[in-house]
Write a protein that binds this ligand. Structure first.
Ligand SMILES: Cc1ncc(COP(=O)(O)O)c(C=O)c1O
Length: 273
């Protein structure tokens, strides 16, 4: 256990040198990590997609237990696994992986403000759909959105379809349905997205994945024109209706509000769905 400003890993850890690592962020409810099993399954998928060795999940579980015991008021948990000490370039050496578990406070904001990103998500990237520590694109895009007065930046992919936010998935409320871009758009398979699709369906909400090409990025013009509504999903953000898009105030959609209610209720009832 170390303080956030205390050194705990090598200065040439390959996660630091080139972003060669994977991570997860979970919400923490009453001292317990939410949906940890799904998050760890995705951590393994991301590591496999990166060609990394399988993360040592026992080490992760031990770290989670120790950190949450030491930070009982935490609201978010971050699990990072990197390829460990490595060369100064992109080549890898075989060494023990680094596992870092960290916790911090979190404030859940029930509404969000979005800006369109001037950059695209590459759905054909080697790391599309993987939760890697190479997040510089997201850092730059989010800073751009914050400068515009938003708290999230939403990407198109290279085909011009709606994709995702820097740390969130997007749903559009249109023609009486809540529809989210398919994984083929290059978005991350968000745990919150997945749970909203499952729990919404269970509760009779018309919520589904779009077909490939069904949601062009220009659907955001319809959102700005008041012809459609929008919400973002993500761990800690939860299900968050969007009330502002690039300077335009937006009403909260009826289905979006219902989706938020279902998610918040089920989240409290089902800690590890
Ligand atoms: C790029 C990206 N998309 C979507 C999400 C939402 O995923 P989740 O609901 O699992 O937090 C995240 C989470 O941080 C993300 O980084």
């Amino acid at each position: 256990m170390v303080a956030p400003d205390e050194a705990a890993l090598s200065a040439v850890d390959h996660g630091i040198t080139v972003g060669d690592g994977v991570f997860e962020t979970c919400a923490v409810l009453d001292g317990q990590a939410f949906a940890l099993t799904r998050h760890l399954a995705r951590l393994e998928r991301s590591a496999s997609g990166m060609g990394m060795a399988r993360p040592d999940l026992q080490k992760v579980h031990d770290g989670v237990a120790a950190v949450l015991a030491a930070a009982p008021d935490a609201g978010r948990l971050r699990i990072t696994v990197t390829d460990g000490v490595g060369p100064l370039g992109s080549g890898r050496s075989v060494g023990p992986q680094t596992v870092v578990v960290a916790a911090s406070a979190a404030v859940v904001v029930p509404i969000g403000r979005a800006a369109r990103s001037p950059w695209t998500r590459n759905e054909r990237s080697a790391v599309a759909g993987l939760k890697t520590t190479s997040y510089a694109e997201n850092v730059v895009a989010l800073a751009n959105a914050i400068k515009k007065g938003a708290d999230e930046s939403v990407f198109a992919n290279t085909k011009g379809d709606l994709c995702e936010g820097t740390g969130s998935n997007v749903f559009i409320e249109l023609d009486g349905e809540l529809v989210t871009p398919p994984l083929s758009s290059g978005c991350l398979a968000g745990i919150t997205r997945e749970l909203l699709l499952e729990w919404g369906t269970e509760e009779g909400l018309p919520v589904r994945e779009a077909k490939d090409g069904e949601l062009p990025f220009s659907v955001l013009d319809q959102v700005a024109a008041g012809e459609a509504r929008m919400l973002l999903t993500g761990s800690v953000r939860n299900v968050q209706p969007t009330v502002w898009l690039d300077g335009v105030d937006l009403p909260i959609g009826e289905l979006s509000a219902a989706a938020r209610d279902v998610f918040e209720r089920f989240m409290r009832e089902r800690l590890d769905p």
